[in-house]
Structures are given as C-alpha cells and as structure tokens.
Design a protein around this ligand. Structure first.
Ligand SMILES: [Cu+2]
Length: 469
C-alpha cells in the first residue's frame, strides 16, 4: 500500500485550522478550500491538527483506496467543502473509467468527525445537471436531509449549497445524492462518513485498525470508458471503493490486534462478505451499535442494498487470508459474463481446422474456466482481465470484489504498508502426495453412451447463452 497522501493534502487541514483563528469576517465568508486527491492509492490515516472537536482523540479510519477530507475549524464548527464533479477513476492499474465523484475521486473523501461536532458542509455542483447531498443514516433537521424536491430545491450546476447539523450519533454512515440517483450513483457519486464516540461508549470498542469501504458496481463495456447508467443488475464491474482486485489495497494487521471494518452497500444487489481465517461479529450498522446480546460469530455477513455493516475481529492467525464477496460472479472481471459454457465440449479437430484460417485461435473453457486466469488473451483496450491477480503460487483467479487480510507478528502498530506475501512455515502447507496418477474427466461428448437408448433424450453439452442458472 502506498502512503500516497501528498504533502499539500496533509498540510492543508493544519494550515486552514491555524489560519481560521486570525482571519477577517470577509475571509470567513469564503468557502473552505476544496481539497483534491489525484491518487487512487490508500491514503495514510488523517489525524486532525491540534483540536479534535467535541471529543477525546480518536484512532482515525483508513479508507481502502481512499482518503479523509480535511476540515477547517470556524468558531467551533468543522467546515468541509465537497465538490461534485466529473472525475477519471483508475479502477485497476491502467484501467480508467469516466465517473462522477467528489474532489477528484470516486468515491468521494471520507468525512470523519466526533459525536457532538457541529459540521458545516459546502457542496459545490460542477456537474452538467443538478444534484443534492443526502447524509445517509444521520439524525438531522429535516431540511438538511438532501432529498431534492422534498426537503430542498436541487443544487443547479455551478451553484453551492451549505448543510449544517450536529453529528448526534456515533457510527458508520454514507453520503450520496438524492437527485437523479440512477444516473448519479451509477456514475460513482458516494462517500463514507464516520462519527467517532466522544467518550468511552459501552458498545463501541477501541480498535487498533479501523478500515472502511463502499461496495459499488459499474457497467462499462470492455474497451469503453463510461458506465452505462441504465443497467439495473447486470453490471460487469463489481468494485470496492471504485477499485477492483488486484487494485484493492490489502487489509493489514499486526498479530493480536482488534480490527474493525465498516462496509456500506450502494449497489443494487446484496453482497455476502466473507473473511477467511478468523471469526467476526457485526458490532454495528448504520442504525447504531448492536447490543452485545444480539451479536454472534460469523465468517460471512450479508450486506444488503443501502445497508452498512460494521464488523470486528481479533487478527490472531498469521497469514494471507482471502476477503471477498461470496457471489462468485462478483469476483470476476468484465470479460466473464458473456462467455458461453464450454465444459465437456470436445473441440479436437475443430481447432486444427480453425487454426488454418486463424492461427491464433484457441478454445476457452473446455476444461473449466481456470485457464483464463493465466491465458494471455488479447483484451480490448482499457479493461481488465476476467480473472486477475497473481499470488506467490500462481494466478489467484479472482478479480472484482476481492482483497486480502494480511496478519503479521512483525507488522508495527500503525504501519499500513503492504508486508508482501506470507512466508508459509515449512510443513504447514497443502502439498502433493505420491499416488498413481488420476486422469482428468473425459469430455462428455466421447463419454456419453448416446446410442444405447434411442428413445432417451440425448444430452447435449451446454451451449452458448452465458448464465445457465
Ligand atoms: Cu457481491
């Protein structure tokens, strides 16, 4: 993980917080700086300068492939400036998508405050159409809820609206437009909001690491650069914070640390998020902390549409552990979905004939799809392979909603850098044993006793048509 927080970003908060104490009324009326982020790397946690607002110091969150928005303090109010604008998001190295987002990125920066803080949020609209901002899950005056037409007029292009309220409840929240949602959310307009408790809370544990990310989905035709916003369920890119594996940072922990992960779902389907190697509890939702009597151990939790799930575990098992959506199509790249099922189809003979005309012709999927993880298949410009990511033992055969939890004894507290692949201790890894060789299953075409019963239905190999179930 690159600590990509640039110096300007890092010092912007400090500079404005100091300056705010001594500037004139004219300057106070000016908008806070709209801090921009140009990198899709995970930024270092942002510790506010000097003052933390209403509460005790907190351990800042780390937004996977994202960042926290600096604020300025003006007469006891934390002021933020979000700019809704077209952005180009790097979803994976070399794969760029035209999105709409905030302050240079999709998702927008994480808003991080303390329970009891008064916040003032300026929202500037640099989109070609109107927008609003809804603060998902917050207790606030109805007029600050950001539902265009219902609680406020729309924010026209070129205009700035201001929202102001007290962050009353500690917890995990989101923000997104409530204006032309289908387009604006399909284009990537969303962000996270974390409110830390102002005092020790009986249901909120102190954690050593506090990660957050949003589940989002896009439909980008391979070779193109702009999402198709009318797609309801057949998105071909399943992402975390508008990134796909191997472009998603690992969750890193020191052995024995308590880790929190806050996950919000702004796609249009549910995502069962699964973590290997540990058991976790859901300790909170966007509705607040879960009572201890209502928690139970899990290794997968479903995050339904419009929900947040805040999970916690002790990272007490060293290793590289898979973290992924358990819907297997959601750990696939853009190319996976229209591919016909070829398992069991015997292409021998046909390939040779085709290769006379097209020397590069190859059969895909005859033995299952795993070949595709390694195949150097020519891709259209600007997409990512169907299965991506290479581990120390070969292709990982997953892309999209996938990353790793890296637990290490030697990882220093507060160090979020990628420790590399886990060095598996000798004698503790699955290995080949000496046996007579088992031959792979034969293609169904040559194995099926098709002629024996003339009246029986002839079983045909599954043909084209993509999804069979
Ligand atoms: Cu999923």
């Amino acid at each position: 993980m690159t600590q990509a927080l640039n110096r300007r970003h890092f010092f912007a908060g400090a500079a404005t917080a100091v300056a705010a104490a001594s500037v004139s009324r004219v300057a106070l009326a000016a908008l806070p700086e709209a801090v921009q982020q140009t990198s899709a790397d995970t930024a270092a946690p942002w510790t506010p300068p000097g003052v933390t607002g209403a509460g005790r110091p907190y351990n800042p969150v780390v937004t996977l492939n994202g960042w926290t928005l600096p604020w300025r303090m003006v007469n006891g109010v934390k002021e933020f400036h979000l700019v809704a604008e077209p952005v180009v998001r790097e979803m994976a190295p070399g794969f760029l998508v035209n999105m709409w987002g905030y302050n240079g990125q999709s998702p927008g920066p994480t808003i991080e405050v303390v329970e009891g803080d008064r916040v003032r949020l300026y929202v500037t609209n640099r989109l070609p159409e109107h927008t609003t901002m809804h603060w998902h899950g917050q207790r606030l005056p109805a007029g600050m809820d950001g539902v265009g037409g219902l609680t406020q007029p729309q924010i026209p292009p070129g205009k700035t609206f201001v929202y102001e309220f007290v962050a009353r409840r500690p917890g995990s929240f989101m923000y997104h437009p409530h204006a032309d949602e289908m387009t604006q959310m399909a284009m990537g307009m969303m962000g996270l909001w974390v409110t830390h408790p102002k005092a020790k809370h009986p249901l909120i544990e102190d954690v050593a690491r506090d990660y957050c990310f949003l589940l989002n989905a896009f439909d980008v035709e391979p070779g193109s650069m702009t999402p198709q916003v009318n797609t309801m369920l057949d998105q071909n890119i399943w992402a975390w914070n508008s990134r796909v594996f191997p472009g998603i940072s690992p969750l890193v922990a020191r052995l024995g640390e308590r880790v929190r992960v806050r996950i919000g779902n702004l796609t249009m389907t549910n995502h069962p998020i699964h973590i290997h190697g540990i058991e976790f509890e859901v300790t909170g939702t966007d509705g607040g902390p879960v009572p201890k009597t209502a928690r139970w151990p899990e290794v997968t939790t479903d995050v339904a549409v419009g929900q947040m799930r805040q999970i916690e575990f002790i990272a007490d098992e060293p290793g590289d552990w898979a973290v992924h959506c358990h819907k297997s199509h959601h750990t696939m790249g853009a190319m996976g979905h229209g591919v016909p099922t070829m398992i069991g189809v015997d292409h021998s003979g046909l390939v040779k004939r085709l290769q006379k005309a097209a020397p590069d012709y190859m059969v895909m999927g005859e033995r299952g799809m795993a070949d595709m993880g390694e195949m150097q298949m020519e891709l259209p410009a600007n997409t990512f392979p169907m299965m991506t990511g290479t581990g120390p033992y070969g292709a990982i055969e997953m892309g999209g909603m996938f990353t790793t939890l890296k637990v290490r004894a030697e990882q220093k507290a507060g160090d979020y850098s990628d420790p590399g692949w886990y060095n598996i201790p000798p004698g503790t890894q699955a290995r080949e044993v000496a046996t007579p060789e088992a031959s792979p299953a034969k293609p169904a075409a040559s194995a099926a006793p098709a002629q024996s019963a003339p009246s029986a239905t002839v079983r045909k190999p599954l043909g084209s048509g993509g999804h069979q179930h």
